[in-house]
Design a protein around this ligand. Structure first.
Ligand SMILES: NC(=O)c1ccc[n+]([C@@H]2O[C@H](COP(=O)([O-])OP(=O)(O)OC[C@H]3O[C@@H](n4cnc5c(N)ncnc54)[C@H](OP(=O)(O)O)[C@@H]3O)[C@@H](O)[C@H]2O)c1
Length: 342
């Protein structure tokens, strides 16, 4: 009997928030690797806000997912079968497997995960999330000790790391997040100097001004929309605005209004710059070394939010947009292999 696996395909292009009917769950035979290829079993699948953009038929930094194609996604898992000498069965790897239980991929597209790194950490602070926070903040934001760093989406996977790295750099750090619980976590456990609940604060601009009495030198933006506009109004001379993402507009069905306060960039000779983490791929080792050290020293804490079962990926993706994820969101596709007894 041929062994089969579950895949989730893009069935329709969403209008606004994705719905169940935009996805199709199918059962197909598990593929066999050819020369130079590896069969990978996914264990944790990363769920990322960017997936919403990949579902649209529009020019971006990656081609759109085609209708009927497996949803694109990054996973960590283990090698089941290898036709390449660089990988052996049982080895743990990260790869763009897509939303499926098994994937055959060219060996050159796999990244080996060191034995001492847990799989959730390899998707979180030591994976794309950590690389985004590290290079976005340090390379694009260039924070200096004593400066004020304001972060939106601050309790999220990327934002929480950005704030902690900015603290390590000696900055005053202010976070914007969507619940009192998240704000308490930022200030009580992660060492943020202040955190503001953007959903319940009446005069948000006044609250931000109070929390950033010397103005904002680096605004790390995960959210876009009105929060970006407010932050532009708080910029200091020579400030840097890091455009990491704009989750508030990913499901917009109409073009969102532009920021009204953009002349603040001119007045303050400030810079607003976007970046894509993949452009830093050659330097990931630098970030992994620094973040591993900070994790070992207890200077960085990361939360994972794990949803059970690949079939729940479509509904779990929505948690990024309603803010119910608590840290790096991922789906457990399969149980982790038992630890080897020495
Ligand atoms: N440039 C790159 O290369 C790159 C790479 C990876 C990720 N990113 C971007 O980084 C950002 C964070 O990604 P992540 O994976 O770390 O996700 P995340 O922050 O863990 O989860 C998304 C969070 O966004 C917040 N949010 C949702 N809708 C919002 C809205 N309308 N207004 C304000 N906040 C809203 C929610 O938190 P609240 O409870 O606070 O609302 C939610 O928990 C995203 O914009 C993503 O696209 C960019």
């Amino acid at each position: 009997m041929i062994a089969t696996q579950t895949q989730i395909l893009l069935a329709a292009r969403p209008e606004g928030l994705p719905r169940d009917t935009d996805f199709k769950l199918v059962s197909v035979p598990i593929p066999t690797p050819g020369a130079g290829e590896v069969l990978v079993r996914s264990i944790y699948l990363s769920l990322d806000p960017a997936m919403r953009g990949w579902m649209d038929d529009r020019r971006s930094y990656l081609p759109p997912i085609q209708l009927g194609e497996v949803m694109r996604g990054l996973a960590v898992g283990e090698v089941v079968d290898s036709r390449d000498p660089a990988f052996r069965p049982g080895q743990r790897v990260a790869a763009l497997t897509g939303w499926q239980e098994y994937a055959v991929l060219p060996a050159k597209e796999l990244t080996a995960i060191p034995d001492e790194v847990s799989l959730p950490l390899a998707l979180g602070p030591l994976g794309m999330t950590g690389m985004t926070a590290y290079f976005g903040l340090l390379d694009v934001g260039v924070p200096q000790a004593g400066e004020t760093v304001l972060v939106s989406g601050a309790a999220g996977a990327v934002g929480s790391l950005v704030g902690q790295i900015a603290k390590i750099e000696g900055c005053r750090v202010v976070g914007i997040a969507g619940s009192d619980d998240k704000c308490r976590w930022l200030t009580n456990e992660l060492g943020f100097d202040a955190a503001i609940n953007y959903k319940t604060t009446d005069d948000l601009y006044a609250a931000l001004r109070e929390a950033c009495p010397k103005g904002v030198d680096v605004y790390f933006d995960n959210v876009g929309g009105p929060l970006l506009d407010m932050a532009l109004g708080l910029l200091n001379f020579g400030a840097r605005v890091v455009i990491c993402g704009a989750i508030s507009i990913y499901n917009a069905t109409e073009p969102p209004p532009g920021p009204a306060n953009y002349l603040s960039l001119l007045v303050n000779r400030a810079r607003m710059q976007g970046f894509i983490v993949f452009d830093y791929a050659k330097r990931y080792g630098e970030a992994v070394a620094a973040i591993s050290k900070w994790l070992a020293e207890g200077k960085i804490e990361a939360r994972h939010d794990i949803v059970e079962g690949l079939e729940n990926a479509p509904s779990a993706l929505l948690r990024l947009f309603d803010g119910s994820n608590q840290g790096k969101l991922m789906v457990r596709v399969a149980p982790e292999p038992e630890a080897k007894v020495p």
